[in-house]
Design a protein around this ligand. Structure first.
Ligand code: KIV
Ligand code: ZN
Length: 519
């Protein structure tokens, strides 16, 4: 078990808030099973603290924090709460099963927020800090306090607020740059100032929480570390409100590669980074920008002839870290159409996926389908299959059994479909502006719904004309946003499966909401 106290040591704690701040990104809502999958991977990769949600926000958030508290044994599980007792008690309740619970409570401290958002006087805010931290301490020993909009807070008032939180029993003080306004120099200055001016500051861990509105979240987080912060709050792929949070992979790799500047350890197994990035991208339907540092498709690609020449002579000429350090391996030809279930299972284990027997059946069926169409099945093909054959597929109420589309220069573009719906085979045909539109219309004939297509994206998994396409679809039905993904060598079929995958999630979410209403 790792310690979540970093006081005075060279260790920097990694506090991951993908499941809380990350999930607050518009359109990034995640199902319970996806949150559990992410939490397990975060634990396995050595994250110290997992912020699992905002328990008072919804029944779904409460359940997620409770289930994650049950599942995670080696990391601290944290629930967010405003300063009201209702929020704090709800967080305390959801964290009851946790081996190492933490309540993270916050209130705004900038003049702007106090006056317009809270409509509270500074004195009232100080009183609320004292009461909220004490209330949180009645639930657990590990309490984190944050001054929201901390980077725009008057320095004298910030010192007073932090002192109040420490006196009331907070063991971590987190300084958020809520609106992504800070600069590296200011970020370092605030941490240094708190260390110089606030009594007993050495008893607590200082933390930094930076948003990326000006593209400075990672730089600001690292500057805070050089000034004495020993916890970084971050998210996988930099997911988060608006422009996102500091990205976990970037802060961790910066400290690893530039040990000369940041002589600090983290507990992160960096070889799990790519897996985590892909998982979060799959679950949220948010693609990773091709040139994103560390995890982008092009992050380790050397296209220019002059670079390639240098790389051949010595990889250090243009490479500051090796792709394997973040879990990226050359995509090799792995298997073919004669490969059996055992070979697929063994390869999946090598790629870091522990797959249970029931899920392996679905993955193997998809593998055979791809292997029949593609001569060479690469690691990346297998990863795409695993990532898109999620458990919801297997349990979904709908499945595509047959699809035929007619498209080309002559209209109308038509699609015929046969789908299994609640155990029955149903057929429909429809026309559309193109093959995908026609096929989606045919699905809607079989399963009428009012969901709006929010997002549709196609990515090639590997190079070559026979490459699989991974398709991501996001749907919005009255504010309920769901994602679906699928991959296939046939882009239209992958699109329809992704659409059906999203509709399955929608049907399950609707069902869960109805069950909760009757409970
Ligand atoms: O950005 C922010 O201020 C937050 C707080 C809740 C820590 O996310
Ligand atoms: Zn935030």
């Amino acid at each position: 078990m790792t310690s979540t106290k970093a006081n005075g040591s060279g260790r920097v704690l990694i506090f991951d808030t993908t499941l809380r701040d990350g999930e607050q990104s518009p359109g990034a809502t995640m199902s319970l099973s996806s949150k559990l999958e992410i939490a397990e991977l975060l634990q396995d990769m050595g994250v110290d603290i997992i912020e699992a949600g905002f328990p008072i926000a919804s029944e779904g958030d409460f359940k997620a924090v409770e289930e994650i508290s049950r599942l995670v044994r080696n990391a601290t599980v944290c629930g967010l709460a405003r300063s009201s007792f209702a929020d704090i008690d709800r967080a305390g309740e959801s964290l009851r099963p946790a081996a190492r619970p933490r309540i993270h409570t916050f209130i705004s401290t900038s003049a702007l927020h106090m006056k317009y958002k809270l409509q509270m006087s500074p004195e009232d805010v100080i009183e609320a800090i004292d009461k909220s931290v004490r209330r949180a301490r009645s639930h657990c020993d590990d309490v984190q306090w944050s001054p929201e909009d901390g980077s725009r807070t008057d320095h004298d008032f910030l010192c007073r607020a932090v002192e109040t939180a420490i006196r009331a029993g907070a063991s971590t003080i987190n300084i958020p740059d809520t609106v992504g306004y800070s600069t590296p120099m200011e970020s370092a200055f605030v941490i240094r100032m708190l260390r110089e001016r606030v009594p007993d500051i050495d008893r607590v861990t200082l933390s930094t929480h930076c948003h990326d509105d000006l593209g400075l979240a990672v730089a600001n987080s690292l500057a805070a570390v050089s000034a004495g912060a020993r916890q970084i709050e971050c998210t996988i792929n930099g997911l988060g409100e608006r422009a996102g949070n500091a990205s976990l992979e970037e802060v961790v790799m910066a400290m690893r590669v530039r040990k000369d500047v940041f002589p600090h350890e983290t507990g992160i197994d960096t070889t799990r980074i790519i897996q985590a990035s892909r998982l979060v991208s799959r679950v949220t339907g948010f693609p990773v920008q091709f040139n994103k540092a560390i995890v982008g498709k092009n992050a380790f690609a050397h296209e220019a002839g002059i670079h390639q020449d240098g790389m051949i002579k010595h990889s250090g000429t243009y490479e500051i870290m090796r792709p394997e350090e973040v879990g990226l391996h050359e995509s090799k030809i792995v298997l073919g159409k004669h490969s059996g279930r055992a070979a697929v299972s063994k390869k999946l284990r090598e790629l870091g996926y522990e797959i249970g027997a029931s899920r392996l059946g679905e993955i193997f069926r998809r593998f055979k389908h791809v292997a029949d169409r593609k001569r060479e099945v690469y690691d990346d093909d297998l990863v795409a299959i695993v990532q898109t054959a999620n458990p919801e597929d297997a349990n979904g109420v709908m499945e595509v059994e047959f699809l035929r589309v007619v498209c080309g220069t002559e209209a109308p573009q038509t699609a015929e479909i046969r789908m299994k719906l609640d155990g029955m085979s149903l057929q429909a045909s429809a026309t559309g502006t193109g093959p995908v539109d026609a096929a989606f219309n045919a699905v809607t004939e079989v399963f009428p719904h009012k969901a709006r297509l929010l997002h549709y994206q196609v990515n090639a998994v590997t190079e070559g004309m026979d490459a699989q396409a991974t398709v991501t679809v996001a749907l919005d039905e009255d504010g309920l946003i769901v994602n679906g993904q699928s991959s296939d060598t046939d882009t239209v079929l992958a699109s329809v499966r992704a659409y059906v995958d999203a509709l399955n999630s929608l049907a399950m979410r609707r069902q869960a909401a109805e069950n909760m209403a009757f409970a």
